[in-house]
Design a binder for this molecule. Sequence first.
Ligand SMILES: *Cc1c(COP(=O)(O)O)cnc(C)c1O
Length: 459
Amino acid sequence: MKYVSTRGRVEPISFKEAVMMGLANDDGLLIPQSFPKFSQVDLERFSTYDYPSLAYEIIRRFALDMHPVKLRQIIEKSYSNFDTKSVIPVVKKGDIHIAEIFHGPTFAFKDIALQFLGNMFEHILEEKRLDMNILGATSGDTGSAAIYGVRGKKNIRIFVLYPKGRVSEVQEMQMTSVTDDNVFNLAVDGTFDDCQNIVKEIFGDLFFKERYDLGAVNSINWARIVAQIVYYFWCAFRAAEPGQKVTFVVPTGNFGNIFAGYCAKLMGLPVDKFILATNENNILTRFINDGDYTVKDVKFTHSPSMDIQLASNFERYLYLFYDRDPVKIKSLMAELKENKGLKFSPADVKRVQEDFGTYSTSNEETEQVIANFYKEHNYILDPHTACGVAAGLKVKNGTPVICLATASPAKFPDVVKKATGVEPERPEGITALEGLPRKVNEIGNSVHEVREFIKSKVK
Ligand SMILES: *Cc1c(COP(=O)(O)O)cnc(C)c1O
């Protein structure tokens, strides 16, 4: 199995090459030429595996150029520092199964992919005797998960830009309490958009990019998707009888998480529907309901990691939806850029709805769901998960409903306190950071300053 680009201009490449390329060289996204298929007998066997064994069984089919022993080691290492032995507990509250995919070092589900990606980068760079300098902008969750994915690694440095004073206290503490020599936090005097623009401009300078071996960890890297496919199998095995169909509810921003679920279905996992949950930034809800993918201004909501308009992984879905036609994708992406939106035909919408349902939750309803769920089940939802549960409570198709809990409520204590009156308990992995020394560099809202900073740290 090899990887090709959704825009058709990359010769088929191997898994390791796809991991190192990140965004495809023709500006498309990399995707496998075909998906492995599992039979019911395979699935029943996998259902008895522990998490790393299941991850190995699935990922090895996508990573044919990895030495099996090395791949197994990387997977074991990636999930060894989660705070529960099962890696992903699935708990039942009323009629809903809650899949806690947030037990990694930074308490949001990004760890599942970024622990794996960090270890893959380290391994591939070691083989090639190369170094890499990761540059990224974050509004909170991705930055901390990326830092924990690469901290202490000898051949990788990471530079993370975040808007000073505009990330949550826990997120800032998670990033700045990492004092490893290879980690640089840059608190930018500006907004998240400013941070992103600085990063884009620096990546756009191809000479600088090459000279300083810049790399990225954003959600378009295929290694992130492949690591996320695993827990769809894991969760279905725990919520359903063998062969029984399930419904997944996925709080969605960039369409990365839910796309991984869609891949699991293509591989033979019995899934009735994926319910795509959004907050007030509901472009994907409009797409599924009416075929209206029109970009609007981003609203700030209680679930900031879903405050996204253009979903970067959506292109992968469209590519499969239109039978792997790169010409069609190129024209759609040009149209999207030109018109700030896309419209889909009623026939297309009908086809989308065979796999996807959707629901969009307001801030007010998010608070209500957190409050009600706490009253009924004595269980605290984080605001992202609450958007999912709001959607999950409306599903009535008779299948087990699995809501993915994408972050620990301890990461978003303000909304939780407002809704329930109680402060969510902080896990040890967060309280242990209080009082640790901090390492952060304040920096102006300036491409020049950031560029000079990188130069000064990279020989
Ligand atoms: C990133 C994130 C999401 C959105 O996931 P996508 O893969 O971008 O759709 C949802 N919830 C939380 C807590 C996140 O950090």
